[in-house]
Design a binder for this molecule. Structure first.
Ligand code: PEP
Ligand code: MG
Length: 745
């Protein structure tokens, strides 16, 4: 066969483009394309296999194989040579296909007479769409040139598929099937809406270009701009070691000569500059996905990011691709920072992330906004298109993309049931959480953003039992100023309309790292230099925060509490900082609060055994159950594997809580519990049974907790727990559940 010239390639691509430009049915287009390719490549066979679902490929068009096999022949991912190309995303080129490992004979196609086989993936930025195959009778391996040419053709097919060129007539295009994702719960609740991609992909509408010289000029200019922008980023002063290392890798890629040369070669074969970037991006992805090394795979994201930047430069499409946000948007993203999420705010109906963790800042913000959040929904950013219908089940971590009618209907039933329950809870809003035997439990809410405050009145919370001040620090990119904080805290107090707000001073370290502070490389940050430890060692920020709180109060009562107090001495020091600031404010002539209560968070078991003097001195104690539980059981709260291993209703843990209640009692020290468990009805019941009379939780939990407390006899619940203990059980849960089942509404 004669050597393929670049102009052959360009000619073929132009003919393919003409096919696309002519109005026709999807199937007819595919048929003409296989014919054109076989003709141009001088092979007897050309076939196109497309994904039917994530696991199955289907022969969708062929020139040379038996027509009857079209839409009949199917294979699983990894099955046969076609399946292998699809799975690996890498080409297979062989002179003797039947001798090749994994070959599978499909009798209905009549392919047994064709010896040589070249299959390349039809993929777009690592998204596998199908496989393009050419075969011929003569036993010969295809040349490099032919392989390059067919890969370029596959790229054009990928773009056409993406644009929906082959849809219709039972030929389902991509992004049309229903898809289900199993992730994990980030925030409970159910939502129905339309996909809004945080980073929509750039749309390439012109995969084929007529004039390679113009395209080469364009790509060179764009790469030039990219290089300058990466160099500029590297010049920025505020980079830490890790950011620098990432950007150095970017620079290496951006300046790579091989990268640009390969893209230029593809342009010579007829691709537009944009399609050449995408092709290179897709190939690099497929290669790197085979790499087991986590570090290298992380670099894959860098390369992706760089290619995306290049595409944006080329197409002039910024992050905003011009799409209109739907009315009921569900945000879909790989990951998102807290500030960005906050910017979207309450207009989002739900959030689905590929990454993230329960304790991540995005999760905290989603909770504050009361938006259902599913994390770890792997692959969803690739599968979704802006505007796709989507159902988010934050309770189970399940997401339905483009659901069929039956699924959507039953999902709506679930939403309706939840709305019904909400109505029931709303009717309890003004009523106290008093049990049948007359014990009243105060229910407060946790907050951290201004956005939380509207829930205070709506939920019926008696106050804010925990205001996490670090969120304001986390969502900024520089340290907030005192005046800024004072204004914000004053607004929080205004919004609380006289209800108490317990401001917790900055709790950073552990999982909460301020973007503008040098991260500490600690072997175990949860037990490291965090919270009050930072505050006492570097009191500048602590004092600034205390001043802001005192000014915000401006004569109103103030509650301040310090996180992660592990021993009495730490509390004494924190308290004297507070008293000193009050004194200073007074001497400056500022109005000081009408009253001030200074409290400690009990988050380490040690504090339960502090001297009596501690319980006497502290105005109140709030049990940070999230941390306390992780240290009580030595089970990392961020580690999915161990997080749920130990039950909150474990009788040792309940006994420990009872001990804290007993330590507070003689001194009348007010005690509350503000970890996540306070918002779970059964857990809340157990906490109340152990003697806690103030619980602080997410606003959405107040209704369900109140409803349960109001229908039980707390003395009986306590007897059930005691009985379980006497019986030697590990946890009180089964006994409590069984007892609850016998209680009426
Ligand atoms: C806790 O530890 O229970 C708590 C309320 O604080 P945070 O979750 O912010 O650590
Ligand atoms: Mg804590």
């Amino acid at each position: 066969m004669a050597e393929r010239s670049e102009s052959d390639s360009r000619k073929l691509l132009r003919r393919l483009r003409d096919v696309l430009a002519t109005p026709a049915k999807g199937q007819d287009r595919l048929d003409s394309i296989t014919h054109l390719i076989a003709d141009s490549m001088q092979t007897e066979v050309c076939s196109i296999y497309l994904f039917r679902d994530a696991e199955t490929l289907e022969l969708c068009a062929t020139q040379g194989l038996k027509k009857a096999a079209v839409h009949k022949t199917r294979m699983k991912l990894g099955e046969g040579l076609v399946g292998r190309v699809a799975r690996t995303g890498l080409p297979v080129n062989t002179a003797d296909a039947p001798a090749e490992k994994g070959f599978r004979f499909m009798p209905e196609t009549g392919e047994e007479i064709f010896s040589s086989f070249l299959g390349v993936p039809i993929q777009r930025v690592g998204e596998k769409l199908g496989v393009l195959v050419v075969q011929s009778k003569a036993a010969r391996a295809f040349s490099e040139d032919e392989m390059d040419a067919i890969e370029v053709v596959a790229m054009v097919l990928a773009e056409m598929t993406e644009l929906g060129a082959f849809a219709g007539d039972g030929m389902s295009a991509l992004h049309r099937h229903p898809a289900l994702f199993r992730g994990a719960t980030g925030q409970e609740g159910a939502a129905e809406g339309r996909v809004w991609l945080h980073e929509p992909r750039v749309v390439v509408t012109n995969p084929v270009a007529d004039d390679p010289l113009t395209e080469i000029d364009r790509i060179r200019a764009a790469v030039g701009v990219l290089r300058v922008s990466v160099d500029d980023l590297l010049e920025a002063e505020s980079l830490d070691k890790d950011q620098k290392a990432v950007l150095e890798a970017y620079r290496m890629f951006a300046h790579s000569r091989g990268w640009l040369r390969r893209m230029e070669d593809d342009i010579q074969r007829g691709l537009s500059a944009e399609a050449a970037v995408e092709k290179e991006q897709g190939t690099a992805r497929a290669r790197l996905e085979q790499v087991p090394d986590a570090y290298l795979r992380e670099r894959l994201h860098d390369l992706d990011d760089l290619s995306n930047r290049l595409l944006r430069i080329l197409t002039g499409q910024g992050k905003d691709t011009g799409a209109e946000m739907p009315d009921n948007p569900v945000l879909v993203a790989r990951n998102i920072g807290p500030a960005e999420l906050l910017e979207y705010g309450r207009k989002l109906k739900g959030v689905v992330l590929e990454e993230g963790s329960v304790g991540s800042h995005a999760a905290i913000v989603a909770r504050a906004l009361a938006i259902p959040l599913v994390i770890h929904a792997k692959g969803i950013t690739q599968e979704s298109l802006n505007g796709n219908a989507i159902l988010v089940d934050g309770d189970t971590g399940i997401v339905h993309l483009r659901p069929d009618d039956a699924v959507a209907r039953s999902f709506r039933d679930k939403i309706a049931m939840q709305a019904e329950a909400q109505k029931r809870y709303a009717s309890l809003r003004e009523l106290p959480a008093t049990t049948r035997d007359g014990a009243t439990v105060e229910l407060h809410m946790n907050a951290g953003l201004m956005a939380d405050l509207p829930s205070l009145l709506g939920s019926g919370a008696e106050g804010v039992g925990l205001f996490r001040t670090e969120l304001q620090f986390l969502i900024r990119n520089k340290m907030p100023q005192r005046a800024e904080l004072a204004t914000l805290y004053a607004r929080v107090m205004d919004a609380a309309k006289g209800k108490p707000v317990a401001f917790r001073t900055l709790d950073i370290g552990s999982d909460k790292v301020l973007p503008y502070m040098k991260p500490n490389d600690e072997p175990n940050p949860a037990m490291g230099w965090r919270a009050i430890r930072v505050g006492l060692d570097k009191p500048g920020v602590l004092r600034m925060q205390l001043q802001a709180l005192l000014r915000a109060a401006n004569g109103r009562p103030l509650q301040v509490m310090f996180p992660f107090i592990a021993e009495f001495g730490e509390f004494q020091m924190a308290r004297s900082h507070t008293l000193r600031e009050i004194h200073r404010e007074k001497s400056l002539g500022h109005t000081i609060p009408a009253s001030i209560e200074i409290g400690a968070m009990l988050e380490t078991p040690s504090l339960a055994y502090a001297p009596d003097a501690f319980f006497q001195l502290t105005d109140f104690i709030s049990i940070g159950g999230n941390d306390l539980k992780q240290f009580f059981f030595a089970a990392d709260r961020e580690n999915e594997r161990v997080r749920k291993r130990y039950d909150t209703l474990n009788l040792s843990f309940l006994a420990f809580l009872e001990l804290v209640v007993a330590r507070c009692a003689p001194f009348g020290t007010k005690l509350s519990f503000c970890g996540e468990d306070a918002g779970r009805p059964i857990e809340a019941l157990a906490l109340a049974a152990m003697g806690l009379r103030r619980l602080s939780m997410r606003p959405a939990s107040i209704g369900p907790v109140k409803a349960l407390l109001r229908r039980v006899n707390l003395g009986q619940a306590r007897a059930v727990i005691d009985h379980a203990r006497a019986e030697g059980h590990e946890t009180a849960r089964p006994a409590l559940m069984e007892w609850l089942a016998t209680q009426g509404d």
